[in-house]
Design a protein around this ligand. Structure first.
Ligand SMILES: [Mg+2]
Length: 335
């Protein structure tokens, strides 16, 4: 461990160095004055790093700044706060000692220095410094652990909101978001739209090409839908099976239709061959959409239900098209 000896008398410095050297402390630095000590400790440098120093032995009586003031300057530096200072003093009058401890000194040794006392006090100060360093290291480790835990939690939270296959949000997340966005739309008196999209003849696709290709197909469709929902508030989610849902806060009929048509264009642009489709050679998608100005007579669930009715309508009228829902009672039929 490294010790800095600050003393204006060369004899004193030599004596302290000899005693410490004999006790096995060989990593020593010397300063003749407070100013020189500050240079060694880099006190004035705001960009200095953790100092490579474990103890200061500080003479009290020195020309220029005395040892008590010097100790106070060192202790007020955040980087040096934990480096213990032992005052080395001729006078052990109450006033000097009080000032030294007030300045942050850890201990004092009376001149002329006695070997055994010096060794014992240095050893004890260094032990304390070691413990402080270890505690700081543990605190840093704990901080680091807490930060990593926080990150892991965020990641987990994120994953629990995502559909494992397609990477878009899952139904669980959509249900939560729908409630939140609907409440917001109610508060702000704004429109809100829901699109439900269903891949046409997907069961036949799976039967023809197998489930692995079916999974790939869903991933591509999810991407095509995501690329169509362009605003930051738009949210795509997998609704279940081959159905996807898009929540469009602040969106009326016109905006919803734009997104729906963009979805159809994007899916067409994928050019996924679908030999079992009764529509054409390529994979297509049907969409139902619903937009309302949020009001308390309509629940968020019924908004989705109206979009679902519209989707059913699209399926019934030949698929590969967009249909709009309405606020009249709609009855769902199986199919
Ligand atoms: Mg002196």
């Amino acid at each position: 461990m490294k010790i800095l000896i600050v003393d204006d008398s060369e004899t004193s410095r030599l004596l302290l160095a000899t005693v410490l050297g004999n006790a096995g402390y060989c990593d020593l630095a010397f300063a003749e004055s407070a100013a020189e000590a500050f240079d060694i400790l880099d006190v004035g440098n705001p960009h200095a790093g953790e100092p490579d120093l474990d103890l200061v032995l500080m003479d009290v009586l020195m020309p220029g700044m005395n040892g008590v003031e010097a100790a106070s300057v060192i202790k007020s530096n955040p980087l040096l706060r934990d480096v213990p200072i032992i005052m080395v003093t001729v006078s052990d009058d109450e006033e000097t000692l009080a000032a030294a401890f007030q300045a942050g000194a850890a201990d004092y040794i009376k001149k002329p220095v006695r070997k055994t006392e010096l060794r014992a006090r240095v050893a004890s100060a260094l032990r304390l410094k070691e413990e402080t360093d270890a505690r700081k290291a543990r605190e840093r480790e704990l901080m680091d652990l807490a930060r990593r835990l926080g990150e892991a939690n965020r990641k987990l939270e994120e994953l629990s909101n995502l559909d494992g296959l397609t990477g878009v949000a899952n139904r669980r997340y959509f249900d939560k978001l729908l409630q939140r966005e609907y409440q917001r739309a109610l508060r702000e008196g704004t429109e809100i739209a829901v699109l439900l999209a269903d891949v046409d003849y997907f069961k036949d696709y799976n039967d023809t090409y197998g489930h692995l290709r079916g999974d790939d197909c869903l991933k591509e469709v999810a991407g095509a839908i995501t690329r169509a929902a362009l605003r930051p508030g738009d949210q795509v989610a997998r609704f279940g099976g081959e159905e996807f849902v898009v929540l469009l806060p602040g969106t009326g009929w016109e905006g919803a239709r734009e997104v729906a048509e963009r979805i159809q264009e994007n899916v067409a642009a994928l050019e996924i061959e679908h030999g079992a489709s009764r529509i054409g050679p390529m994979l297509t998608i049907s969409l139902g959409m619903m937009s309302i100005k949020a009001d308390r007579s309509v629940t968020p669930e019924s908004l989705v239900n109206m979009a679902d009715c519209a989707l059913y309508d699209a399926k019934r009228s030949g698929r590969n098209c967009v249909r709009t829902g309405n606020r009249d009672h709609c009855t769902m039929q199986d199919g």
